[in-house]
Design a protein around this ligand. Structure first.
Ligand code: DQA
Length: 145
């Protein structure tokens, strides 16, 4: 089962970026953890990162044609701002799981609203990079038909 993992804006800077909030692992290290865990679940993950809203929207639109069975997305700051990404998730029929490294509900008020979560199957956040690994478990349990 092919799973698309989308990392949103600024996540390319993980490791150097606000490590007290987001941890010290780089995105490459997190992607490696994702691949290792996915292998144990017999999932085939494809990890992508973009700082550009339109690129992320195109990936969402094309995911079914690319034979993905599910999507894990950390929309990062677009979580709180992007009606366009929300609409793209709502427009596709593939199941989408929203992931955050931090617990957005105990941070600044502007981060406590997710525009995207309501159109996702579910949201996992607050567990650092393990949020992605938990989302892989959710994919296996929910979408493996
Ligand atoms: C984040 C939380 C967002 O509020 C923030 O803009 C990010 C990362 C997280 O994974 O905790 O860039 O999505």
């Amino acid at each position: 089962m092919k799973i698309l993992i989308i990392h949103g804006p600024n996540l390319n800077l993980l490791g150097q970026r606000e490590p007290d909030i987001y941890g010290t692992e780089s995105l490459a290290e997190i992607n490696h953890k994702i691949s290792t865990k996915a292998e144990t679940l017999n999932l085939n993950p494809v990890c992508r990162q973009s700082n550009h809203e339109g690129v992320i929207i195109d990936w969402l639109h094309n995911a079914a044609q690319e034979d993905f069975s599910g999507i894990i997305i950390n929309p990062a700051a677009f979580t709180h701002t992007s009606v366009a990404i929300r609409d793209a998730i709502a427009a596709i029929s593939l199941p989408v799981i929203e992931v955050h490294l931090s617990n957005i509900n105990n941070r600044e008020e502007f981060r406590q609203q997710s525009l995207t979560a309501a159109v996702c199957k579910g949201l996992i956040g607050g567990f650092g990079s393990n949020s992605y690994l938990l989302a892989l478990d959710a994919c296996k349990l929910q979408f493996n038909s």
